[in-house]
Ligand binder design. Structure first.
Ligand code: SF4
Ligand code: MG
Length: 268
């Protein structure tokens, strides 16, 4: 919550992880504008429905284009934009409920086409906007408004899913680490193919996971998040599988396919 922008800060609850993602996205877009010398109008933000979807209205300063679309349909909208204007930088902002539940069926086909977009997925393991129902990434046993006796399903390992269905560039981040997140979003935009930056973005209202992610030595809580070693070969898919199978929340670029043609080159 800032004094500077009171007119729109009320859209998210205090401490919501999405604030950090917003700052990182702003930094990444600013950097891209400087590096490419392209105007801001060459950037399009495509949002789904959910608290994360508010991102499209909240970027500070000069605005990129924004489309606030339908629940789960960020990828088809992004594909439409890229088919008409392959020169534009298209960034998707979506939540875990949006991208990985109703929207999940779109991930594999776009991975196979290698749609040249960067999807920033804000994962808080609940549907925050509709008051905290469990989402695919919620832990088994989590008590929410839709699972009053605890969630019965295992939680989805989203990183494993992306890797398995062939997403070409996969990064994993935490919303509170803004600088590395900004760099990962920048790298995802720069990559010529389908990039997903999966961000742990806690919902302070319905599923506050900051302590689990960062750990708390005083309470004996080990951090879930861990840094991917610098010597990890991101072009090696077997090494990428090892990382996502290790559990916890790896931080950094997990996988980057080499020499895969993006969709715009397939139709040219
Ligand atoms: Fe953020 Fe949760 Fe509030 Fe939505 S409900 S704005 S995800 S803290
Ligand atoms: Mg969510």
């Amino acid at each position: 919550m800032t004094q500077k922008n009171p007119e729109y800060d009320f859209k998210w609850c205090p401490g919501c992880g999405d604030f950090g993602v917003r700052r990182a996205l702003e930094q990444a877009v600013e950097k891209r504008i400087i590096e490419t010398e392209e105007p801001i109008e060459n950037n399009v933000i495509v949002a789904g429905i959910g608290c994360s979807g508010n991102m499209v209205h909240l970027l500070e300063g000069p605005q990129p284009f924004g489309i606030h679309g339908l629940h789960g349909r960020t990828l088809p909208i992004a594909m439409g934009i890229k088919m008409g204007r392959p020169d534009l930088n298209v960034v998707i902002v979506a939540g875990d409920g949006d991208f990985l539940s109703i929207g999940m069926e779109h991930i594999a086909p776009q991975a196979q086409r290698n749609l040249n977009v960067c999807a920033v997925v804000m994962d808080n393991a609940v549907y925050g906007l509709t008051k905290g129902q469990s989402s695919p990434t919620a832990d088994e046993g989590l008590v929410t408004t839709s699972t009053p006796y605890g969630k019965m399903q295992d939680s989805l390992n989203a990183l494993q899913l992306y890797l398995t269905v062939g997403v070409a560039h996969i990064a994993s981040a935490m919303s509170s680490q803004i600088k590395p997140l900004a760099q990962m979003i920048y790298d995802g935009m720069d990559y010529p193919g389908f990039a997903v930056v999966h961000v742990q973005s806690p919902c302070t209202e319905y599923n506050d996971t900051y302590e689990q992610l960062k750990g708390n030595p005083k309470k004996g809580i080990e951090p879930l998040a861990w840094q991917i070693p610098e010597d990890h070969d991101r072009t090696n898919i077997a090494a990428a599988h090892d990382i996502v199978n290790k559990g916890g929340v790896p931080l950094g670029i997990i996988y980057q396919a080499e020499h895969r043609k993006p969709l715009d080159k397939r139709i040219a």
